[in-house]
Design a protein around this ligand. Structure first.
Ligand SMILES: [Zn+2]
Length: 291
């Protein structure tokens, strides 16, 4: 595998028939305490410092997976069209990277994208799935099929008071209304090299994306392991609906990653795009970080 980091883009990572670029779509901030659950600040602030409102900066990376005319993207970042209050609260920052700017730099227009995989429907993962035109929300990628888990869509439409603040229905309901949503149950193969794997700790029907060929494998961890700082087992987000299930899921996928020498890819890490992991006395730790 070859990694070249350029302006936040991971260029020329190859697996099997696919080329993967890892595009940054913008930054935002979430409460550091909520991002690390029961882990005390004295431990997490060593890896990610917080601002004066205790927020930590997070990236919203989008893998762009290409083979011939098939262009698959995973998640769409936080997107635009939020009001001032929202942008302020979540410290939305599109000064360096914009929702569709990375695609443009790769020579891709939104109309070229054939598949959008939505790992889940929290606003920082599906915010850029739609654009607002003449007061109407329409798909931002007009020719794409949007793949999502049925359970996640059903939950997102009627979330609990605990996670209501993580969803914005205008960012995913129009996809179903416009007939571009493709729902599935369980885990599926998007093709012979791309698996969409169901997990349920973070939210119901949350997806991991595994890319494999005969010699290497990559696991896009989405919010199971959002940053390299979340590799240790107890570092679980306060947002998670079923944290003990997250713990089981983390143990399983980290163990598999060690055994199969899988490279983990992180969506929200501002610094590192990925890492390999190793077993240590009390669980797992980062082995090698990839810039
Ligand atoms: Zn997230």
């Amino acid at each position: 595998m070859d990694f070249f980091n350029r302006l936040g883009y991971l260029i020329n990572m190859k697996t099997g028939k696919y080329t993967i670029d890892f595009v940054q779509t913008g930054y935002f901030g979430l409460d550091g305490g909520a991002m690390f659950g029961v882990v005390p600040k004295v431990l997490w602030e060593k890896s990610i410092p917080s601002d004066n409102l205790n927020r930590i900066t997070l990236g919203t990376r989008m893998p762009v997976i290409r083979s011939g005319s098939r262009i698959i993207i995973i998640d769409t970042g936080i997107g635009e069209y939020w009001d001032e209050k929202f942008n302020d609260r979540f410290s939305v920052d599109h000064t360096e990277f914009t929702p569709y700017g990375g695609l443009k730099q790769l020579g891709i227009t939104p109309a070229d994208v054939t598949d959008v995989v939505l790992t889940h429907l929290h606003f920082d993962h599906t915010g850029g799935s739609v654009i607002s035109e003449g007061g109407k929300w329409i798909p931002a990628f007009p020719n794409a099929k949007y793949h999502m888990h049925q359970k996640q869509f059903d939950w997102a439409k009627e979330p609990s008071p605990k996670d209501k603040g993580s969803f914005a229905s205008e960012r995913f309901v129009p996809l179903a209304e416009e007939g571009v949503a493709s729902f599935f149950e369980g885990s599926i193969n998007l093709d012979d090299e791309i698996q969409l794997i169901e997990t349920n700790g973070h939210t119901f029907g949350h997806l991991l994306v595994k890319l494999t060929d005969s010699s290497s494998s990559y696991l896009f961890c989405s919010d199971l392991i959002p940053t390299s700082a979340h590799v240790p087992l107890p570092f679980i987000m306060g947002f998670d609906l079923q944290p003990l299930l997250t713990l089981d899921e983390k143990s399983k996928f980290l163990n598999d990653a060690v055994e199969e020498n899988t490279t983990l890819l992180f969506q929200h890490d501002t610094e590192y795009t990925g890492a390999t992991v190793k077993k240590v006395d009390n669980g797992f730790a980062v082995n090698e970080l990839i810039k």
